[in-house]
Write a new protein. Sequence first.
Length: 472
Amino acid sequence: MTKVRFAPSPTGELHLGGARTALFNWLFAKHTNGEFFLRIEDTDKERSKQKYVDQICESMRWLGFTWDGPLVFQSEREKEYHGAVQQILKDGNAYRCFCSKGSLDEARKTADREKRIYRYARTCRNLPTSEETERLNKGESFTVRLKVPDGETSYTDLIYGHITVQNTEIDDFIIARSDGSPTFNFVCVLDDNAMGITHVIRGEDHIPNTPKQLIIYTLFGFQKPEFAHLPMILGPDKKRLSKRHGAPGVQKFRDEGYLPDALLNYLGLLGWNPDTEQEIFTREDLVELFDISQVQKKGAVFDEKKLHWVSGQHLFRLSNEQVRDHMTELFPDWGGDSEEPYLMEIIASLKERVKSLAELKSLSRFYFSDPEEFDAKVAKKRWKNDSINKWVNEYVSSIEGIHDWSEDKLELALRQTADKLDLSSGKLIHPVRLGLTGIGFGPSLFELMRILGKKVCIHRLKIALEKLPQNI
Ligand code: GLU
């Protein structure tokens, strides 16, 4: 059975890159009927925070990435790590290094000055046992380094293909620091092995770590997993996506009322090309179609506009009832004490025009209260002078007589009024919309008038007639 894991460090909330890695792992597991685990890599005690663990788990739940088994915390596995360090020392595949930080820094500086790549000189690799014992007895501090064997290390990445690294390019890297704490590459292998991980799917920034980890697998005689490194997510400037690009954590998308399935759909397309024209996928479609061999190597550019479009498409495809449920969950006060049929009309009129539930909330404001002010820019353009008052007044008089408050009747009345005044309909539609909603965009004028009802429309237009034009 395939087993994968997502292994975030709780040093910040879950951001888009992490969510995409989690998604591809989750899709891979679901597609192959495998298992998906969540491992919290909290060995950095200074920077790891419980609040981030909570936030990450909450975001994972919101995205619907349920994980199998209990959460795994690296901080709870210190005994195992310590035992493994002792074991690898005993096997002669690692050694204690007593070199001081000062001397190593000096060697690094010299290498920099001479413009060569710094490598640890392996000073302590073959210390006589007597010397090692003596230094230990003296209480000298030490790190533990891996004895990188001769030869080369190669593997076939499921995305990047065959990769070979000469072991001479790999330093005898530290697996345990002087305070005894083990390092990332070491614990990653121990955990992946203990958890029976069959496929390691992670960001391509980990490509340099993989040969080191493979050496550790070999030295312990562990079964090696397959590796798949995911392409970077780039900002519009083609630099690695970061907060600088306004790329927020996943929670912000939730708070702004993006549907989790819409975010999944968008993230799924970041680096994965399902080889079809189709762009809107349900969660189930993604699970069915996902194929790691269709993930590309090239960095994927994060495109906020496209995300908005995908999000709007998902919203549009929901039933009005589903949208109402999402709205009341996210904004419990939305709609105040309005009747259910009224809310349904509003949703039907707006859902194809908005990209998120927050936008729906903001755009629907005029359905619940009279405009407090009129958009100044729109007013300047559409309700310039007193002659507009005359036109709007004429329209008010004509609709006051309408009993059957239908879109057809409202439209007919507007056209007749415009004809009578020798105007194009647009000259009247825009100021009427402004008077009714305070803004210059939204659903069709006659639709919103029908939904608002006769009393509200006439009342609002009369107020607008008193207040506009503003700057005369
Ligand atoms: N904790 C690592 C990170 O956040 C994950 C490493 C891995 O997936 O192997 O980048």
